[in-house]
Design a binder for this molecule. Structure first.
Ligand code: ADP
Ligand code: GN1
Ligand code: MG
Length: 364
């Protein structure tokens, strides 16, 4: 699947120099990401080349329109505060014909400047790391508060609409196209037993009790770059899902990924625990960065955001397992099932900790 003509594809973009190599990179579940190295005079320069998942994003022009707007907005803000936009923002490398993506007749590709001297970590190494990622996502949220949402195409409607995700899940159980439902009845029962959770955020958003904002919607730790030298969160990446949403989604998704004591795809669920200590680290960092714009209702619903993002993500993994692993990239047969199980174990951990999580929000 990686047998693309990389030198020819690289040649379509404004990436100067001689082609050196292009290898698979990172651990994203959606796009195919590659690290491209070019030789420019005596030095080597790296770029991120991505084959865009056009199954999920059939209208690539609209997707890239959104990303171009958001990156331009970030760039202006970073420049205004005297920062370095090449390290603190995603920067699109245009094609030689001035487009922000290239279509080779079959596949869509885009290119970004490689953010050097920083890392998108796969797991939380320390409390400080997680705190810094919270500051970065919190800053990003406050930055987007000034962004005009009406300019965005709503390319993934209902992305975090847990009610819609639940309906999709029930359809997948009903359809059972791979005849896998019988093997995972326990997991299906677990999701259904918690069906009453699905409306907790969407109904409050619909009622206007929680404000709709422009949010990132995919705030995993590996979507933020931490500076290798200083440890500080410098850039938020993976902007495919910047859409109208809730601050509780963004807060919650970071907690889902980072407060798990095991990997998202750990096959042994006995290793999965919810780390309350890391929860408070993220809460402190996030609240310090989003500032006064957070409403009381949002603040009160941060723990619910964490619970719902975890429940919803597990349900999405299980849905994909039932549908034959067609959405998330998998590397082994039961990969999506393992992922779903970790999320349910983590959600259990959160359910038993909700009061403490609520109290922590009041104390900071
Ligand atoms: P996906 O949508 O599949 O998650 P991402 O855009 O998150 O794809 O990219 C996958 C990984 O590639 C990231 O987790 C990160 O490690 C790396 N990456 C992406 N963009 C950059 C960049 N501009 N500079 C350095 N690394 C990047
Ligand atoms: C996907 O693209 P990536 O790997 O950062 C997914 C998220 C899930 C996440 C689970 C566009 O994120 O919604 O929470 O996997 N992104 C999309 O790890 O569906
Ligand atoms: Mg990603």
């Amino acid at each position: 699947m990686d047998s693309y003509d990389f030198p020819a594809i690289a040649g379509k973009f404004e990436a100067e120099g001689e082609f050196v190599s292009c290898v698979r990179y990172g651990e994203g579940h959606i796009n195919d990401t590659f690290c491209l190295t070019m030789k420019q005079g005596g030095r080597r320069v790296r770029y991120i080349l991505q084959r865009i998942n056009s199954r999920l994003f059939p209208d690539v022009a609209k997707l890239m329109h959104n990303i171009a707007l958001v990156t331009a907005f970030c760039r202006r803000s970073v420049l205004a505060r005297g920062g370095d936009p090449m390290r603190e923002c995603l920067t699109i490398v245009p094609t030689r014909t001035g487009e922000n993506y290239h279509f080779d007749g079959e596949n869509y590709f885009r290119m970004y400047i490689f953010i050097e001297g920083a890392t998108a970590h796969q797991s939380v190494r320390s409390r400080r790391d997680f705190y810094e990622s919270a500051v970065a996502f919190g800053n990003f949220a406050s930055l987007l508060a000034g962004f005009d949402a009406s300019q965005l195409y709503e390319i993934l409607p209902d992305f975090h609409n847990t009610r819609v995700r639940y309906a999709n899940f029930l359809r997948a159980v009903e359809g059972d196209v791979c005849a896998r439902a019988a093997q995972v009845q326990r997991e299906i029962d677990w999701v259904q037993a918690h069906g009453h959770l699905t409306g907790l955020l969407v109904d409050r958003l619909a009622a206007g009790e929680i404000p709709l904002r422009v949010t990132h919607n995919d705030t995993k730790l590996n979507n933020v770059m931490l500076d290798d030298a200083t440890g500080r969160g410098i850039a938020v990446i993976d902007l495919d899902t910047v859409l109208p949403g809730s601050l509780c989604y963004d807060f919650g998704d970071s907690i889902r990924f980072g407060c798990n004591t095991a990997a998202e795809d750990e096959p042994d669920c006995s290793k999965v625990h919810f780390s309350f200590d890391l929860y408070t680290a993220y809460l402190e960092g996030y609240l310090s960065a989003v500032g006064g714009s957070i409403t009381q209702a949002e603040r009160e619903n941060l723990p619910i955001g964490a619970l719902l993002m975890t429940y919803e993500c597990g349900m999405r993994f299980l849905t994909d397992y039932l549908e034959g692993d067609v959405y998330f990239r998998t590397a082994r047969p039961d990969h999506n099932l393992d992922r779903a199980r970790t999320q349910f174990a983590l959600a259990e951990g959160m359910l038993s900790c909700l009061d403490r999580m609520r109290l922590a929000g009041k104390e900071i």
